[in-house]
Design a protein around this ligand. Structure first.
Ligand code: DAK
Length: 256
């Protein structure tokens, strides 16, 4: 198996496990990531943590050795399969956290960009270097990177293909935190616990509203926010959260 999925504490942990190829994404790996996301959706966990096996790479991108000899239809199909697999993270009810433990190049960075949050170890190095191969990103990079860091920075990263180190990635908002290398999963769990006790209803409506913000004018977005926040208000967890505040006790959310 190129991908491992297990439950650790209250989290699902997906590990891309091809360290001999720096966890590059061949067709089998993409298929297994897609299946693992489906499986995580059925687990009773508070977040999905995604990382790479070994100390060198989160994921070095699409498997370059597998690119030889694919025809145009095959390339289009490959792109659609990769995009669809990563897009599953958008509709996953639990938030996802990419733990970038080394190289996240090409499709590897695109997987991290599709995650709700990105944490980087000090040795992390990220890039969309497809231009160096005469390519452009095909797993969502041209669409998600500008949404995260803005058009100017995205164009510069994609057109130069340059490598961005952890501290710069943090300063441009490409990663949310730099975490300790010595026990990266413990650091990721500590980060996830900053939100994981809250209602998944509120968390998933928040993600939906924020994601939709970027694709519509402000006035439409405000209307959409009014609708979604009204839906959240009608949830049992909203009733519980408000009652708990008034009764001066911790809320017990049930994700309903
Ligand atoms: N694919 C296949 N194998 C890879 C690989 C990759 N992306 N990256 C590394 N490897 C393999 C190496 O070939 C080497 O294998 P052996 O030679 O030992 O058999 C092993 O991993 C260790 O790599 P290195 O010896 O190169 O390790 P170094 O520390 O010296 O260098 C590196 C690490 C990350 C700087 C270097 O490996 C590197 O530059 N790797 C390539 C990174 C890259 O360019 N990634 C972007 C791939 S392009 C599309 C769909 C998707 C995409 C585009 C279009 N459509 C369907 C249209 C997306 C494209 C990409 O992601």
């Amino acid at each position: 198996m190129a991908v491992e999925l297990k439950t650790l504490e209250e989290f699902a942990v997906l590990t891309i496990n091809r360290p001999e190829a720096l966890n590059a994404l061949n067709a089998q790996t993409i298929g297994e990531i897609s299946a693992a996301i489906d499986e995580a959706a059925q687990m009773n966990v508070r977040a999905l943590i995604i990382t790479g096996a070994g100390d060198k790479a989160f994921c070095a991108g699409a498997d370059i050795k597998e690119m030889i000899g694919i025809d145009l239809t095959g390339k289009m199909r490959k792109s659609e399969i990769g995009q669809a697999a990563f897009a599953k993270l958008d509709s996953l009810r639990i938030p996802s956290v990419a733990v970038i433990n080394g190289y996240a190049f090409g499709g590897g960075l695109e997987l991290a960009l599709a995650s709700t949050f990105r944490l980087a170890t000090p040795r992390a190095a990220v890039a969309l270097p497809e231009v160096k191969l005469g390519l452009i990103p095909g797993y969502g990079g041209t669409q998600r990177l500008p949404r995260v860091v803005g058009e100017a920075r995205a164009l510069e990263m994609i057109m130069t293909g340059r490598t961005v180190r952890a501290d710069e990635a943090l300063s441009m908002g490409l990663v949310h935190r730099i975490i300790d290398d010595s026990d990266r999963l413990a650091s990721a769990f500590a980060f996830a616990r900053e939100f994981s006790s809250y209602s998944l209803v509120a968390l998933s409506y928040t993600r939906e509203a924020v994601m939709r913000a970027l694709s519509r004018p402000l006035q439409d977005g405000l209307k959409m926010e009014a609708e979604i926040s009204t839906l959240a208000f009608q949830s049992s967890d909203a009733r519980e959260g408000i009652a708990a505040f008034i009764e001066k006790r911790p809320a017990k959310f049930t994700d309903q």
